[in-house]
Design a protein around this ligand. Structure first.
Ligand code: PMP
Length: 437
């Protein structure tokens, strides 16, 4: 019997089935103890960027480990944390000048929520306390992040523990109302936001959202136009905008950050996952000088942001994050994406004809394939676990994928090559045919 309790896992079933154990990695592949290698089709939970076992990233950690692996940022500084902060400010949207580190997407979100709340406490508007989020949002598993989440299967049970929040409709209506087109769904969401802000802006501190792609909600995409109009409404009503780029950041949508595609300059940006190229846990919450300066005061004024995680600014994580950013430059990672994205789009077109495919949503190298019943194109009963079964079947074709309910997710490392894209899509095609026929 294993002593390990696995994340997001129904343990009874898990402990009764045999599992693939990963012992190594090379490039875009995972090497398993069963001797097989598998294409890492979801970048080890959306983290890997330049491939596994990358010599440059390996060297960055090896060099650093001989100096020091960790020292605290509480009362001390270190050159790597400083250097990385400077680089992050340079590459993120204009105005984000300050970097607060932590170690996961969830903590990056908690920090943004708390800083946004405290900002209004410090600037004479203490009644601005409420947080707004999108339906079907996912911002992490800690309680503050769950409070701004909107995925019932993950979040509903914790309802009694959560701070009250406001939500607006998801701008992608596939799960709600398939008769609405994208433009109608976006308009409905924006009108709902406008109404909420007209009524309650004086009580609202911030809005948090995943730009362009609501990932864990099922790769629910929206247009840059929606994002820019949402940002404009936040500005008009003086609501702080928190962009959670934990999943979309570091090239996943085709640009370094999703915000670039809508030319939005948020008040906060949350980064994690791909920041270290998928090597070590590190996160950053960036904020503008407007926010940061509100906390500047003599110590006795009590304006300090009392928050800090033990491993904040960890030297190994910062060293590999810096090397990862340098790789983006050296390997021209972003400019190599358009042909990959276009090729993936082309391959997915064939899949669209499959009667079990209800929708395919793609933004850059983020893809969600919606599985439906072939007879009437309606959703499978929840307990059929059709997505799980397809991902299991896909493994026999040498590809590791992970579904979100009935959505098959493809999110390969940015280093994926065209033949590997073909392998991945063909494996999905076969998996769907084997399970659904
Ligand atoms: N925000 C978004 C958009 C995410 O996709 C995730 C994780 N999938 C998180 C936050 C939480 O990140 P972590 O699991 O590192 O806490």
């Amino acid at each position: 019997m294993s002593n390990l309790w696995y994340p997001f896992t129904a343990m009874q079933e898990w402990s009764q089935t045999s599992q693939i154990s990963i012992e190594g990695g090379q490039g875009n592949y995972l090497l398993a103890s069963n001797g097989k290698h598998y294409l890492d089709g979801v970048s080890s939970l959306w983290t890997n960027v330049h491939g596994h076992n990358h010599p440059v990233l390996n060297a960055a950690i090896k060099n650093q480990v001989d100096r020091i692996s960790h020292s605290t940022l509480l009362g001390l500084t270190n050159p790597l944390a400083e250097d990385l902060a400077k680089r992050l400010v340079e590459i993120t949207p204009q105005g984000l000048n300050h970097v607060f580190y932590s170690d996961s997407g969830s903590t990056a979100v908690e920090i943004a929520l708390k800083q946004a709340f405290q900002y209004w406490q410090l600037t004479g508007k203490p009644e601005k306390t409420r947080l707004v989020h999108l339906d079907e949002a996912y911002h992490g598993d800690t309680l503050g992040a769950v409070a701004v989440g909107g995925i019932d299967i993950f979040h509903e049970i914790f309802g009694p523990l959560l701070i009250p929040t406001d939500s607006i409709p998801c701008p992608n209506s596939f799960h709600r109302d398939r008769s609405a087109n994208q433009e109608q769904a976006e308009t409905q969401s924006l009108e709902s936001l406008q109404q909420l802000l007209k009524e309650s802006a004086s009580k609202i501190a911030a809005l948090i959202m995943e730009p362009l792609v609501q990932g864990a909600g099922g790769i629910l995409t929206h247009t840059p136009r929606y994002l820019s109009q949402l940002a404009a409404l936040c500005k008009e009503f003086d609501i702080l905008l928190i962009l959670d780029e934990v999943a979309t950041g570091f090239g996943r949508t085709g640009t370094l950050f999703a915000a670039e595609q809508a030319q939005v300059n948020p008040d906060f940006m949350c980064l994690a996952k791909g920041i270290t190229g998928g090597y070590l846990p590190l996160a950053a919450t960036l904020s503008t000088s407007r926010i940061y300066e509100a906390f500047l005061a003599p110590r006795e004024d009590g304006k300090t942001f009392f928050h800090g995680h033990t491993y904040t600014g960890n030297a190994l994580a910062c060293a590999v994050a810096i090397a990862n950013l340098e790789l983006f430059e050296q390997e021209s990672t972003i400019s190599k994406l358009p042909p990959k994205i276009a090729y993936l789009r082309g391959r997915l077109e064939t899949l669209r004809k499959n009667p079990n495919v209800g929708d395919i949503r793609q933004c850059g190298l983020m893809v969600g394939i919606e599985i439906v019943e072939r007879e009437n194109a309606s959703a499978y009963p929840t307990k059929s676990f059709i997505g799980d079964k397809i991902c299991q079947a896909v493994r026999a074709h040498g590809v590791i994928l992970r579904n979100l309910s009935d959505v098959i997710v493809l999110m390969p490392p940015l280093s994926i090559e065209l033949p590997e894209i073909a392998l991945m899509v063909d494996a999905v095609q076969s998996g769907i045919e084997e399970v659904c026929r």
